[in-house]
Design a protein around this ligand. Sequence first.
Ligand code: AKG
Ligand code: FE2
Length: 342
Amino acid sequence: MSSPTDPLKLVHSDELVSVGVEISADGFIPVVDVEGLQGPRRPQIVKQIGHACQHYGAFIVKNHGIPETVFNNFLGGATMDFFRWPEREKLKFYTPKPGKFDNTEPRKPIEYFRAYTTGENVSLVRELAYVSCLIGDYANQWPSIPPSFRERVTDFSISAKRVEFALGEAICESLGLERDYIKKKLLSNHEQKVAMNFYPARKQEDSELTCVLRDHTDPTIITILSEQNVHGLQILHDGEWMNVNLSPNHLIVLTGDLLQVLSNPRYKSLPHRVIVTCEKDRLSIATYCNPSDDATIEPAKELIDNDHPAIYKNFTYREFKDNVELAVDDARLNVFKITAAA
Ligand SMILES: O=C(O)CCC(=O)C(=O)O
Ligand SMILES: [Fe+2]
C-alpha cells in the first residue's frame, strides 16, 4: 500500500476522527424475522418494523431471503476480490470525491477511494468502493477479473434490492401510507449503490490504536448493512452508543435522512459510527436505492395535520444532493425546514 503521505491515493479525511475510547453497551436492537412478511403474519411484522424505526431508527433483519451463497459470494468473495486487486487496477476506478454527488464529471461504474487519519490513539485506513448497480448500464464496465466478480455483484444487488423494496413497502404500511408510496414517489426511476468498505488490520507496531469512522447519518431512505470478521458498527440510542454485534448473515436496516422527511419526521435518521481495534481486517457492505434527480422529496400529505404540521418543504433529490455536504448528519436538512416549524 502506498504511504499515507501520497496525496493522490491516500487522502486525509475528516470523516475519520479521533474520539476518546468510550465504553459502549451491548444493548438490544430489535430483531425482526421477516420470513412471513408476505403471509398472515404481515400485520404483526409491519408493526414491529414501525416500532423499531420510530424508537431505534434501526432493526436487524432475520430470514431476509438473500440466499446464503449469494450473500457470502459477495461479502467475503467479490468484495475481497476487489480490495485484493492489484493497485493499478483499483486505481482505474479512483475517485477523489466518491459519493459526493459531484455532477461535473461522468460517474464511474465503481468509485474507489481510500482515506486515512491519524491522531491520539487513532489511526485508520478505510478503503471504500461504491458500485453503481443499474444492471446493464454499468455491469459490463465492472472488473472482469476474476470472472466471477460481475456475476456475484449482480446476484447480490438484485437480491438486496428485492429486500429493500419489500422493507420499503412494510415501512410505508407502518406509517399508514399506501404500500407502494416510496416505490411510486421516490424510486420509480432509481439507482442502486452497493458500497464495499475495507478496514485493513493495523500494523503490529500500532497495537494500541483504535480506529474510528465518525458519527454520521446516511443521506438515504434506508441503508441496509452487513459486516464480516470484526464487529464495530455502533448506533446512537437514547444518547448512548450501542454496539450492534451483527450475527453472520444478518442485515441491519438504518433509517436515513430522506425517510425522516417523508415521515414528517416520525422516523428520524439514525446516527451511527464504526469503532474497531483493527486486530483483523474488517469488511462491511451497505446497499441503498437513491431517487432520480428530479424526484420530489416531501413529507407525505397523509402524515400532515394540525398536530403534525409539515416540518420540511418539498425539494428535489438534486437539491438535496447539492446540500448534502453541509453536514454529516440530518442538519443537512435544515435548509429545507419550514421556518414556522423550525
Ligand atoms: O462499516 C460500517 O459498518 C458502516 C459504514 C457506514 O456507516 C457508511 O459507509 O456510511
Ligand atoms: Fe453510514
